[in-house]
Write a protein that binds this ligand. Structure first.
Ligand SMILES: Cc1cc2nc3c(=O)[nH]c(=O)nc-3n(C[C@H](O)[C@H](O)[C@H](O)COP(=O)(O)O)c2cc1C
Length: 148
């Protein structure tokens, strides 16, 4: 099984991001990530980003330097860094704008957690679990059954 480096961070958007800006960012990210063998997930909510990047260590290192220096966000904080299997398979960068989730998802256990940097900072592994759970965002029943 391929071993990859997985890095999870949160950051704060410098300005609220509109759909067009988010789409631009995703388009570039997916193109670059495909080239670098990077997969992952980007969540956006209340001006916070939570991103998981996984791929060859060297690629993650250079990509994260670029991302961290991006003026569209600040207060970058690494939550988790680990080696392991690739979990996001073919997702060059999955994305969910959590400001516009359905009521059903909104009422699930996972959404009742605070989306707050101090919380994530204190319990980094929760961020990982949370992100993995959001992979099933199309299936609220799966989310509702998750207890952290
Ligand atoms: C929250 C956030 C997440 C980003 N994620 C990625 C990413 O996964 N991959 C990527 O290549 N660029 C990502 N970027 C964009 C980079 O900072 C940078 O603008 C981009 O890689 C430049 O690409 P280019 O040199 O091809 O123009 C992200 C930026 C922000 C603000």
């Amino acid at each position: 099984m391929e071993q990859v480096t997985t890095l999870t961070y949160w950051s704060r958007a410098t300005n609220p991001m509109g759909d067009d800006e988010l789409l631009d960012l995703l388009r570039i990210s997916r193109r670059n990530n495909a080239r670098r063998g990077i997969t992952g997930l980007l969540l956006y909510r209340d001006q916070y980003f939570l991103q998981v990047l996984e791929g060859p260590e060297r690629e993650i290192e250079s990509s994260i330097k670029t991302i961290e220096a991006d003026p569209r966000h600040h207060s970058f904080r690494t939550l988790c860094r680990e080696a392991g299997e690739r979990k996001f398979g073919t997702w060059q960068m999955g994305f969910e704008n959590l400001n516009s989730v359905t009521d059903q998802v909104e009422n699930s256990t996972i959404m009742k957690l605070q989306f707050d940097p101090d919380y994530f900072g204190a319990t980094p592994t929760t961020a990982q679990i949370l992100v993995l759970c959001f992979r099933g965002i199309a299936n609220p029943a799966v989310l509702a059954s998750v207890t952290l």
